[in-house]
Design a binder for this molecule. Structure first.
Ligand code: IMP
Ligand code: MG
Length: 173
């Protein structure tokens, strides 16, 4: 069955905002190389679009985590399903996420990555639902703050569907 999807942020606005973030990140990392870490699968569309708009040297790595929970909320205990290929030692790391919701997954993940000795570590997310936060997570770059609604598109899924939508939409249940 197909759900009804209502456009929340049109494609043009998403792309314009990513352009701005790319510019800001390029300024902030001037003279450095930024090591982007994509949290699969949700972060992949955003990271690719962002990387294309960063003008300082970029390297990339990918990891996949699953968070134990009851399906609708994450517990904060994270299992690494696919680890990074490269070490973070001495690198200027920028973790790229699709969305920060409760913050449980990210706060656990950042703690693990911090122990691997990056020179610096920042967090960039396309979407943030600040109302939903239960774990404090410092987000350095945010695309859009959104209300507490379930969203899809630009990497975000509903039962593995809709990741390929070029805009951010709300699922009408
Ligand atoms: P949390 O911050 O630990 O609660 O979990 C964040 C993860 O939950 C994200 O990386 C997404 O995979 C998923 N998530 C949270 N909100 C949404 C949503 O509105 N749509 C799709 N996935 C979501
Ligand atoms: Mg995610």
């Amino acid at each position: 069955m197909a759900e009804k999807i209502k456009v929340l942020i049109p494609e043009k606005e998403v792309n314009a905002r990513i352009e701005e973030l790319g510019k800001k990140i390029s300024e902030d990392y001037a003279g450095k190389q930024v090591h982007l870490i994509c949290v699969l699968k949700g972060g992949v569309f955003f990271m690719c679009e962002l990387a294309k708009r960063i003008t300082v040297p970029v390297s990339m790595d990918f990891m996949s985590v699953s968070s134990y929970g009851d399906g609708t909320s994450s517990s904060g205990v994270v299992k690494i399903a696919k680890d990074l290929d490269e070490s973070l030692e001495g690198k200027d790391v920028l973790v790229v996420e699709d969305i920060v919701d409760s913050g449980r997954t990210l706060s656990y993940l950042l703690e693990i990555l911090q122990k691997r000795g990056p020179k610096s570590m920042r967090l960039c997310t396309l979407l943030d639902k600040p109302e939903r936060r239960v774990k404090d997570v410092h987000v350095d770059y945010v695309g859009f703050n959104i209300p507490d609604e379930f969203v899809v598109g630009f990497g975000l899924d509903y039962a593995q569907k809709y990741r390929n939508l070029p805009y951010i939409g709300c699922v009408e249940m």
